[in-house]
Design a binder for this molecule. Structure first.
Ligand SMILES: [Zn+2]
Length: 317
């Protein structure tokens, strides 16, 4: 009797272990196959991984030079722009579209950025806004840093003045203002100076906070992300990155640093939206460039990120 009891207990234990094992197995299976939702924004969801891409897709190679013309090049005081970057094509905003986009006289930006600004101004003419700075030539960046240095030198030692000037104005080759997609804003009219964040002081700023991403713009250095961006004095600096990248950053609340980090980690993100899904792929780049799967009927937009990776936005048109 005792023997039978032991055998039964043994069987029950084995059954229990099997149940536990298979349960854990299935849980893991489900976790892998389920879509990992990163963020939801209105009707739009952002998932980890490439969803819905056709299995058969030809690999297409993009040259380094093509990738360096993209919208996602990362640059900061530690990461200079690539030496072999193709020269940026920029046009004077006022000469191109007059005051339809409210820019100061000498502001130059890429045509694509100006067109995106035109779309934005069609919905909100930004009557209390000025675009005060756009693309700068390396020599202009250098001159700006020199001027800051001269100002600081009046009250500081040379070493302290140099470090303060470099903190305020990045070295030539290290500034986003050497990309034709970046610009600074200034707001005019009645401003609520009790607001700490410059974007909250006027109606245009508040509107841009909610809507700039719809046109492909990001606020590049939000004050609350200063620890990640390392930049504190550019709270009204915007950058055109294209609608898909801007949408993901808006939905997730990521700054560019966090977004590129996520792309490096996940390798692929999917934007699921009413107007059609978009897949964003990210692969390491080599000296010649990078290759992406290109399913038939899909359009793509590629860019290097200047951190060793290339990114591709795939839209099923
Ligand atoms: Zn700026």
């Amino acid at each position: 009797m005792k023997k039978g009891y032991r055998a039964a207990l043994g069987l029950v234990l084995i059954a229990l272990m099997l149940m536990l094992f298979t349960g854990a197995y299935f849980r893991e299976e489900t976790a892998v196959s389920a879509r990992v939702l990163l963020a939801q924004h209105g009707e739009t969801s952002v998932y980890v991984g490439a969803q819905g891409l056709p299995e058969t897709a030809k690999m297409t190679h993009f040259s380094r030079q093509t990738l360096l013309k993209g919208q996602l090049l990362y640059v900061n005081q530690q990461t200079p722009l690539p030496q072999d970057m193709p020269s940026q094509q920029a046009r004077n905003v006022r000469k191109m579209v007059g005051l339809y986009v409210p820019a100061a006289q000498d502001v130059s930006l890429s045509e694509e950025t100006i067109y995106a600004l035109c779309d934005l101004c069609a919905d909100n003419p930004l009557l209390r806004t000025w675009i005060t700075a756009g693309m700068r030539a390396p020599s202009e960046q250098h001159a700006l840093q020199d001027a800051a240095f001269e100002t600081y030198r009046k009250t500081m030692t040379t070493a302290a003045a140099l470090s303060a000037a470099r903190r305020d104005v990045p070295d030539s080759g290290h500034s986003e203002h050497q990309l034709a997609t970046c610009f600074d804003l200034q707001f005019t009219g009645a401003l609520d100076w009790s607001c700490q964040d410059a974007l909250d002081r006027g109606t245009d700023g508040l509107w841009l906070r909610e809507n700039a991403w719809r046109y492909g713009f990001i606020r590049r250095y939000p004050p609350e992300k200063a620890m990640l961006t390392g930049v504190q004095n550019e709270s009204l600096h915007f950058r055109y990155v294209g609608r898909e990248h801007a949408l993901v950053m808006q939905a997730t609340g990521w700054c560019l640093e966090e977004y590129l980090d996520a792309l490096h980690t996940y390798g692929a993100l999917t934007i699921a939206r009413e107007t059609g899904d978009v897949v964003i792929l990210c692969v390491p780049m080599d000296a010649l460039g990078a290759a992406f799967p290109m399913p038939e009927g899909y359009s793509c937009l590629v860019s290097a990120d200047n951190l060793g990776y290339a990114v591709c936005v795939l839209r099923g048109d």
